[in-house]
Design a protein around this ligand. Structure first.
Ligand SMILES: [Zn+2]
Length: 377
């Protein structure tokens, strides 16, 4: 995992803690121990710090419960969730597909804030009954009730990509029956919410409350770019939906023989063709792929004695596509494997290549035709 630590697996979902969470954990623990709990001058330093750490852990568990609620509803709708990442602004469930129906999205989005609301109620009740009996438990409960309530309210703000924005989109989708129109409405809501937050934040900064003001403005700025980006991703998906690999198939890839030495291959095929990717065939059979990347791994002095067969990537190590596969799926696969092209196979026979560049060109042509003018992100 690039930016985090895998801390476990729950209900088949990997739980990843982003490094930024360590910072939040430290900040919350510090402010609890030194500020919030510091009003109790009779409590020992050990007690305050112990409680602060415990409270931070319970906050972490609260955010996790919120995300797990999204994930479990998504899984129950037949959409797998490979991982949940907890990061600086809370959490994100990586849902592998867009919900299929408006009602599915509605519940999937709403269940997170509902969980936070339920947690706020539980901690609130705990605060209420322990007020007299145990000030220690009641202080911690009161803070956790407040933070869960804040989490619920913040996430219900009606702008993409917040949960409330998804709820808004689901409602608009249900009414208009048009996912793209609904997404535009929810993205518009997100931009509006983010500008409001930036405005409120700057207002607070002008009023002298630097720390809170900057924090709110920063979250607003983050939301703004996330809303625009999510909107673009959805538009891209919507344009590509229903279009198959056959529409962008590149069938004129240079073909090479496996016994060719690399120096001959480079001089007579690679350089004149100015392509970056070559297929190795024997008769009708697809044997593998040679990429410029693979070629560059071999020192020049060894090109004479190395054959194409030695550097090619065999089919079993390649991510491949089918001719009737959806372009959205292909793009997702390329993203996951971090590659720019995939061979298209049919019963071991190579039909051609599908490349990221071709999909983007297709996207641009279609976006222009529809007058969208979106840049694929
Ligand atoms: Zn949520």
């Amino acid at each position: 995992m690039r930016n985090g630590i895998r801390i476990g697996r729950l209900f088949g979902v990997d739980i990843i803690m982003d490094y930024s969470w360590l910072l939040i954990f430290a900040l919350i623990t510090w402010s609890l121990a030194q500020r919030y709990l510091a009003v109790h001058r009779d409590w020992s330093v050990e007690l305050r710090w112990g409680l602060a750490i415990l409270t931070s852990l319970l906050f972490f568990a609260s955010v996790l419960a919120h995300e797990l609620a999204h994930s479990l509803v998504s899984i129950s709708q037949g959409i797998p969730v490979p991982r949940i990442t907890l990061f600086i602004f809370g959490g994100a469930s990586q849902i592998s597909e867009e919900p299929r129906r408006a009602i599915d999205e509605f519940w999937m989005a709403l269940v997170g804030p509902l969980t936070s609301l339920a947690l706020a109620a539980v901690f609130g009740a705990l605060w209420f009954v322990t007020q007299q009996a145990s000030p220690v438990i009641s202080e911690v409960s009161s803070w956790l009730a407040g933070i869960n309530l804040t989490l619920a309210i913040f996430n219900l703000l009606p702008g993409f990509p917040l949960d409330g924005g998804r709820v808004l989109r689901a409602i608009a989708w249900g009414i208009t029956k048009n996912l793209r129109r609904a997404t535009q409405i929810a993205v518009g809501g997100g931009v509006l919410v983010s500008w409001l937050m930036i405005g409120i934040g700057l207002w607070q900064v002008l009023g002298g409350d630097w720390a809170d003001g900057l924090w709110i403005a920063f979250i607003g700025w983050f939301l703004q770019s996330a809303a625009v980006q999510e909107g673009q991703v959805t538009v891209v998906h919507d344009i590509l939906k229903g279009h198959q690999v056959r529409e962008v198939l590149e069938s004129d890839c240079p073909r090479v023989l496996k016994q060719l030495s690399l120096d001959v291959f480079v001089e007579s095929i690679a350089i004149p063709s100015s392509k970056r990717c070559f297929v190795v065939i024997e008769g009708d059979k697809f044997l593998g792929l040679v990429t410029m990347h693979r070629l560059n791994e071999v020192p020049r002095s060894k090109w004479e004695t190395t054959r194409v067969a030695d550097v090619m990537i065999p089919p079993e190590k390649l991510v491949t596509a089918r001719i009737d596969e959806d372009l959205t799926e292909v793009l997702e696969k390329m993203g996951q494997a971090d590659i720019n092209q995939m061979p298209v196979l049919e019963e071991g026979r190579l039909l051609g290549m599908v490349t990221r560049a071709n999909i983007l060109a297709f996207l641009r042509a279609h976006a222009n035709r529809q007058g969208l003018g979106t840049k694929p992100g």
